[in-house]
Write a protein that binds this ligand. Structure first.
Ligand SMILES: Cc1cc2nc3c(=O)[nH]c(=O)nc-3n(C[C@H](O)[C@H](O)[C@H](O)COP(=O)(O)O)c2cc1C
Length: 184
């Protein structure tokens, strides 16, 4: 897809199926590395969860939910367990900020967020779908530890990824005038 068209047309793809080619994943990682990055700290990393890994991730989500709320009912847990099966692949975006005299943590978190969005944009431009999800478990320490995050790391998002199934919504377009002011 042409770059301008890709930028202006991207929408999230809630229903995903099929598979994700290794070549797409490689392009996505390259796109992530094009995020603006003060002092070139590369304050991000990613995990790809596929196949049976998704079920293991579902079990981890259940364990994390129980750690936070031990009396969660079994129907809720069963629903949670199946969530990772909604796509053939989940990319876990991880922000890995480091102490730097000129680059505060907020800048590094922004870089990590942009890197994940660049991955999503690359997928879209190549004809694949994605949706960025989080939920409270993204901030759950049990889940973070289960995914191997270090204490200083944070989850930026779970990018569900795959071939697009069904119709997508038309992107909403507010007037640029409403969003952009000129100063002074
Ligand atoms: C940091 C972040 C976290 C998000 N978490 C969720 C989420 O947990 N569940 C969800 O349905 N959408 C979530 N979204 C929003 C969707 O990814 C999506 O952007 C939104 O539904 C609007 O759709 P669009 O991307 O097609 O405009 C999140 C977006 C961001 C940037």
């Amino acid at each position: 897809m042409e770059a301008v068209e890709a930028l202006l047309s991207r929408v999230s793809s809630p229903r995903l199926t099929g598979s994700v080619p290794a070549s797409l994943l490689a392009d996505m990682v390259q796109a992530a590395q094009r995020a603006p990055d003060h002092a070139q700290l590369a304050p991000y990393r990613f995990l790809a969860i596929t196949a049976e890994g998704r079920s293991a991730f579902g079990e981890l989500m259940v364990a994390a939910r129980l750690a936070a709320a031990p009396d969660t009912d079994s129907a809720t847990l069963d629903k949670l367990r199946l969530k990772p099966l909604r796509a053939p692949m989940i990319i876990v975006g991880i922000a890995s900020p480091t102490a730097h005299p000129k680059v505060p943590e907020i800048e590094q978190l922004l870089t990590a967020g942009i890197a994940l969005q660049n991955m999503s944009s690359m997928a879209w431009a190549k004809g694949f779908g994605a949706i960025w999800r989080t939920g409270d478990l993204a901030y759950n320490q049990h889940l973070q530890a289960g995914l191997g995050l270090a204490d200083h790391e944070q989850i930026t998002g779970f990018l569900y990824l795959g071939e697009i199934e069904g119709r997508l919504k038309t992107p909403s377009q507010s007037s640029p005038v409403e969003l952009l002011a000129h100063w002074p």
